[in-house]
Design a protein around this ligand. Sequence first.
Ligand SMILES: Nc1ncnc2c1ncn2[C@@H]1O[C@H](COP(=O)(O)OP(=O)(O)OP(=O)(O)O)[C@@H](O)[C@H]1O
Length: 269
Amino acid sequence: MMTDRETAPKTDEIVLQTENWNVYYGDFLALKGIFLNIPKNKVTAFIGPSGCGKSTLLRCYNRLNDLIPIFHAEGRMTYRGQDLYGKDIDPVQVRRRIGMVFQKPNPFPKSIYENIAYGARINGYKGDMDELVERSLRQAALWDEVKDKLKQSGMAISGGQQQRLCIARAIAIQPDVVLMDEPCASLDPISTLKVEELIHQLKEEYTIVIVTHNMQQASRVADYTAFFNVKMTDDGKRQGYLAECNATEVIFQNPQEEATQQYVSGRFG
Ligand SMILES: Nc1ncnc2c1ncn2[C@@H]1O[C@H](COP(=O)(O)OP(=O)(O)OP(=O)(O)O)[C@@H](O)[C@H]1O
């Protein structure tokens, strides 16, 4: 059996690193002993059965769990070598560098243009706003579909377009990392493929971590895949842990752990 320390990719430049990371909700230890490296300009997918802590870990990376009063974490999590949970770290600044796209598209009830411009403006963007809006929408592969209706509501477009608008909004503030929590869960197959193509392009500029329940999606988009699992504790609690992380083709074709093999071949989860 591999040790946890051996589960992380080592060859690439590392952007996010966790060492012996434990997450509690109240006194419930939801995620235990995570050692994981997230490499630069790659897509890392988190897969695993429900409740294994994929979203919990993802939300740790941009301090989003801070908003949950019963959350607390132990261990070390660094972003480019800096302690993400250090006393002098401003979570708002963290979220500027490490953006997030959620499962359900959540555009602001504002125009398509303002969906991009608003965040950029409150983040102090001083450049040409028209240019930023166009560039962000182009990067999100949405420009051609919305260029003639920038003043229309961002909520009056299809779900797939809304999700690409949310991605455009996330990248408009020029983050370093984009976290995606099941970004295609509410999309039709064609929109899903568009978002997957987009993820491929975005990794040229950004580091991406994606939670997905869709194993085909992980195999299509991810360079690395981390398989999380749950185990029953003696007192009957379901505790999440990182079973294995490796190059995606290894996880899908030649995993080291029996549970990974069973999960990727659809035998549980
Ligand atoms: N806000 C919260 N308060 C208390 N417990 C929570 C909270 N959020 C998550 N949990 C618990 O933490 C564990 C991990 O949940 P999490 O949502 O991270 O798992 P997941 O792998 O993303 O699951 P899914 O695939 O179903 O979305 C679960 O036992 C869950 O019930």
